[in-house]
Design a protein around this ligand. Structure first.
Ligand SMILES: NC(=O)c1ccc[n+]([C@@H]2O[C@H](COP(=O)([O-])OP(=O)(O)OC[C@H]3O[C@@H](n4cnc5c(N)ncnc54)[C@H](O)[C@@H]3O)[C@@H](O)[C@H]2O)c1
Length: 320
């Protein structure tokens, strides 16, 4: 039995729910939202689809006790309107999302949940870290979508230049799911060829491509007021990697012993969540950007002192 739960069925959570049901990969799905009417409406809408699908998903709502034997939990609550005038600053939502973690983490803990939790809530790296600490779940069990989505955006903009499928572009965006992220071009290949070997022949402006990938979320947000399809696809793919024990190599927001924070980096995703993080040989410039991005997360996180107890705060002020 494959049992999923989603806390927060707004644009992202509802799209994840729809994707799970249409793909027929959830035998049971629990939808939780403080807006009970919204949770009920999404339940009804998804139930109405069942007669036309080849699979069956049992859908329940607003019962934290159901998390006790849930395999995968998506954390997708939030207040997307907080980003309406945020000019690229995902930290503008932290004021709301940290409070949500304070509300939901004790309930998740009390439920006995012991599966894998995948966070999309922004600011993604800080919220993933905060949720992991607040629930006491292991760092392997809790990870964020992080730069998995930013990497997909990088693959898209590069693929457009080369007129190929984005899946023909490999490599990683590292760092914060936010403005300090960067495309690690030394890891990127197009049709198996290092992109750095193609700069001259194809007149590539790597800085411009990186900026376009970084701005991708805001390009969508400015048009429809939220983003949903790509993030839901990323989140569901990660959950499938867990169920299949795929040991999928992909960038997620995973805990870094080196930096003392969750941060976007390549990892291996399997049955228990993050099996390991992968250390690639980056250039000196990329290493500096990675350090800078991790520092950015830590510094901004610490600006909200109320989310840290004093012991954790002092330990975290000295990143390894
Ligand atoms: N990491 C990424 O790449 C990425 C991409 C898109 C969105 N996001 C983030 O995902 C989150 C969700 O985005 P959205 O567009 O669906 O937001 P939304 O505002 O449409 O929906 C949020 C939902 O959470 C519910 N909610 C609020 N507090 C809750 C609580 N305490 N318990 C349960 N439910 C609660 C709300 O009622 C609402 O239905 C946001 O933080 C957003 O910034 C991240």
């Amino acid at each position: 039995m494959r049992k999923y739960a989603i806390i927060g069925v707004g644009h992202v959570g509802a799209t994840i729910a729809y994707t799970l049901v249409c793909k027929g990969i959830a035998d049971e799905l629990i939808l939780i939202d403080t807006n009970a009417g919204k949770a009920r409406a999404e339940q009804l809408d998804l139930q109405d689809a069942q007669a036309r699908l080849d699979s069956r998903t049992i859908i329940k709502i607003n019962d934290y006790s159901e998390l006790a034997d849930t395999d995968i939990l998506f954390i997708t609550s939030g207040n997307i309107h907080a980003l309406d005038h945020a000019s690229g600053n995902r930290w503008a939502e932290f004021e709301y999302t940290k409070t949500i973690v304070q509300e939901i983490a004790p309930k998740v803990k009390a439920s006995g949940f012991n599966g894998v939790a995948i966070d999309t809530m922004n600011p993604c790296d800080a919220i993933t870290h905060y949720f992991q600490r607040a629930t006491g779940l292991s760092r392997a069990q809790v990870f964020g979508t992080g730069t998995f989505l930013d990497t997909a955006r990088m693959q898209k903009v590069v693929a457009e230049v080369f007129d190929c499928d984005p899946k023909n572009v490999s490599g990683y965006v590292y760092g914060e799911h936010g403005e300090s992220q960067f495309s690690a071009w030394s890891t990127v290949q197009v049709n198996g060829i290092p992109i750095t070997d193609l700069v001259t022949s194809h007149h590539l402006d790597l800085d411009a491509l990186e900026a376009e990938a970084r701005h991708g979320g805001w390009a969508v947000h400015s048009g429809k007021g939220y983003t949903s399809f790509a993030i839901a696809t990323c989140a569901v793919k990660l959950s499938e990697a867990v169920f299949a024990n795929a040991r999928l190599a992909c960038p997620v927001s995973a805990y870094s012993d080196r930096f003392g924070t969750y941060v976007g980096q390549p990892a291996i995703i399997g049955r228990d969540g993050v099996e390991s993080v992968t250390t690639l040989a980056l250039t000196a410039d990329e290493e500096a950007k990675f350090q800078n991005s991790a520092n950015t997360i830590i510094e901004k996180f610490h600006a909200f002192d109320d989310v840290l107890d004093s012991k954790t705060a002092s330990a975290q002020r000295k990143p390894a």
